[in-house]
Design a protein around this ligand. Structure first.
Ligand SMILES: Cc1ncc(COP(=O)(O)O)c(C=O)c1O
Length: 383
């Protein structure tokens, strides 16, 4: 059976073949515990430290500032809870946005049940936080600002440099969830100067279940997991050496090929959009192009439901809905709601995300399949 064309790289990415090959010996040959002080341990300890350097090099930070975790969700949990609880003596107010991933929003909700106050900043119609709104929200009790680097649904890129400048001047910590930005746009901690930054391996052609948290030197976090002293005591548990090695390689490749990949992903996205736009009248894309991930196309089709569109193409093209269907009710995503996308457009929103492996042939084929299905549905709707 022919597999569907994959246009959902924001959900996850396939493994890079070079990532697989560097991981292979850690399945077959190198099995030592990095904490052991003999050859077997040295081999895996060196591999973990090499990966730490590779990740740090992509982010432009020092290797000891990288803590390996199980992925984006854990990194976000550790950063936000760790900072909130550690600096509780200074204040109990946290600022975030309405468009964060659940691994931030649910942590904030948990903190609200535990004595914290959280401000959820609105975004403009392009899904971007306004600095003036952030400035207004800061109080003498604010200890942490957590704003995602880029949004997973619409791809909007946030003004992280301005946010961290503002926060630093007031002694407030900043965290950013960069799970979607890694490998798609430059990340530079010297420039963006946040205190905490989360990444997820499976968004950058490494395996699922591995990620990292950047912790700026001197930043104290309350422990999330208690145990032995691995990862400088910040993340106890014997290291996931196999996947750490994979993440390291993936970051090395991401750094090396970033420019080339950005150009390719954007070219594929633009081709997709122009082909669809040519054929479908009731179509528009969400977000502001020059402040958006190069690979993300959030597409609204007026008068249709996303799940109906997807049901017609799912055996041939894999994309995500911007609205979830629970029983027969459509639930507009919190991101599109926050952006004030009118309901008749939001209901028919699908997310297409291109990747390194996306080819021109795939784009040609996918746009034909999608436009054919959409035109047929619009015809029956109005017929
Ligand atoms: C913006 C964002 N943050 C966090 C995560 C969670 O990462 P993980 O799946 O590695 O836990 C995702 C994954 O979808 C994401 O898109």
């Amino acid at each position: 059976m022919k597999t569907p064309i994959y246009l959902d790289y924001n959900a996850t990415t396939p493994h890079d073949p070079d990532v697989i090959s560097v991981m292979q010996p850690f399945l077959t040959e190198y099995f030592g515990n990095p904490s052991s002080s003999y050859l077997y341990g040295d081999q895996t300890k060196d591999a973990v430290n090499n990966a730490r350097r590779q990740v740090a090099s992509l982010l432009n930070c020092d290797p000891p500032e990288i803590v390996f975790t199980s992925g984006g969700t854990e990194s976000n949990n550790y950063a936000i809870k760790g900072a909130a609880f550690n600096y509780q003596y200074k204040g109990n107010h946290i600022i975030t946005t309405q468009i964060e991933h659940p691994s931030v929003l649910e942590v904030c909700k948990f903190l609200e049940l535990n004595g914290f106050r959280v401000t959820y900043l609105p975004v403009d119609e392009n899904g971007i936080v306004q600095i003036t709104e952030l400035e207004k929200a800061i109080t003498s009790k604010t200890t942490l600002i957590t704003v995602m680097h880029s949004n997973n649904e619409v791809g909007s890129i946030q003004p992280i440099e301005e946010i961290s400048n503002l926060a630093r001047g007031r002694g407030i910590l900043t965290h950013t969830d960069a799970a979607q930005s890694i490998g798609k746009i430059p990340l530079d901690l010297e420039r963006e100067r946040v205190d905490l930054l989360s990444i997820a391996g499976h968004k950058v052609y490494a395996p699922k279940g591995i990620g990292a948290l950047y912790v700026r030197r001197g930043t104290q976090l309350s422990a999330l997991i208690h145990g032995a002293g691995q990862e400088q005591g910040r993340r106890p548990g014997t290291e996931n050496v196999l996947e750490i090695v994979g993440l390291g390689k993936a970051c090395e490749i991401a750094r090396r090929d970033l420019k080339k990949n950005m150009v390719h992903m954007k070219k594929m996205k633009e081709k997709l959009y122009s082909m669809l736009q040519e054929k479908i009248k009731n179509i528009k894309r969400n977000g502001q192009q020059d402040r958006q991930l190069p690979n993300t196309l959030s597409l609204s089709i007026k008068g249709l439901d996303a799940h109906t569109i997807i049901s017609k193409i799912t055996d041939r093209v894999a994309v995500s809905a911007g609205a979830a269907c629970h029983s027969d009710k459509i639930q507009i995503s919190h991101v599109l709601k926050a952006m004030n996308v009118p309901e008749e457009w939001a209901r028919g929103t699908i997310r297409l995300s291109t990747g390194r492996m996306t080819s021109e042939e795939e784009v040609d084929l996918a746009s034909n399949i999608i436009s054919e299905a959409v035109l047929k549905l619009l015809e029956t709707n109005h017929g």
